[in-house]
Design a protein around this ligand. Structure first.
Ligand SMILES: NC(=O)c1ccc[n+]([C@@H]2O[C@H](COP(=O)([O-])OP(=O)(O)OC[C@H]3O[C@@H](n4cnc5c(N)ncnc54)[C@H](O)[C@@H]3O)[C@@H](O)[C@H]2O)c1
Length: 253
């Protein structure tokens, strides 16, 4: 069980669904006040209702965080309303898989804005909001697609490989301010966002390639993000946790 996050304030982008929502619930259960960000106000309200039903505390931040201004406004509002910022999770993404010949500027630009630029804007805003003495922890959600393409993922894999580079570079720059920066790289986990990209055949092939013999869950990804954000990981920095049951690091199936 991860150490308590009591007294900590955590910002989570894209927390209306999937991995972000599970992370918001897990951090609230560990005692953090959670800034629940999502593009869609109704998704934000659903996550906040679930946190409050479990006795946790949350602040609504319905905002598009793909722009520098949008991200900064959301993060600084949380820090002002909650009095501090300790944890920042760059989770939001908008994902499309396209064959090489069908990639369009419109789709690529939107994916890059949310999946890549917003990670940089998030780190910039979090570094501004975090106390220079106390520091903090930033966790970026990458993907094993950064190192192992499922196919039709040139844009997505490029973005997620970029997120790993951003993670290491941010850790180099922010360590002196006691801000740790790490990433998680999940394998396929069922979420609202991935439902349209999955089918029984694809899941069976993924499971056959996974030493643990199953797909992961959003709760398992959330637990690892909580660990990296907590004091249990106080000397873990510039690192990446592969959360895929061993699939990306082995060669079975
Ligand atoms: N689910 C998987 O299999 C998987 C695997 C590897 C990595 N990931 C990564 O995990 C993260 C979460 O994935 P998921 O499957 O839970 O996604 P999801 O689509 O289920 O949820 C993403 C949330 O982000 C929100 N969002 C999108 N654009 C936004 C914006 N501009 N501002 C604020 N919120 C915005 C959406 O409204 C949605 O609620 C992503 O970074 C994804 O690339 C997911």
């Amino acid at each position: 069980m991860t150490s308590s996050l009591s007294g900590r304030v955590a910002f989570i982008s894209g927390a209306g669904h999937g991995i972000g929502k599970a992370t918001a619930l897990a951090m609230a259960r560990l005692g953090a006040i959670v800034g629940v960000n999502d593009l869609k106000v109704e998704f934000v309200q659903e996550t906040i209702a679930a946190i409050e039903a479990a006795g946790g505390r949350a602040i609504a931040l319905a905002q598009d965080v793909s722009t520098r201004d949008g991200m900064r406004e959301a993060v600084l509002r949380l820090a002002r309303d909650a009095g501090r910022l300790d944890i920042h999770v760059n989770n939001a993404a908008w994902v499309r898989y396209q064959p090489v010949a069908e990639i369009t500027p419109e789709v690529m630009d939107r994916m890059v804005e949310i999946g890549f630029k917003s990670v940089i804007w998030g780190i910039q805003a979090a570094a501004e909001a975090m106390d220079p003495e106390r520091g903090g922890a930033i966790v970026n959600v990458a993907s094993i697609a950064a190192v192992r393409s499922p196919g039709r993922s040139m844009v997505y894999s490029g973005i997620k490989a970029g997120v790993l580079g951003i993670t290491r570079a941010a850790a180099a720059d922010l360590g002196a301010r006691r801000i740790r920066v790490n990433a998680v790289a999940p394998g396929a986990v069922p979420t609202e966002g991935t439902a349209k990209h999955r089918n029984a055949d694809l899941d069976a092939r993924r499971i056959a390639r996974t030493p643990l013999g199953r797909l992961g869950t959003v709760e398992e990804i959330a637990d690892a993000i909580c660990f990296l954000a907590s004091d249990d990981a106080r000397f873990v920095n510039a690192d990446v946790l592969h959360l895929d049951g061993g699939a990306s690091q082995t060669n079975i199936g």
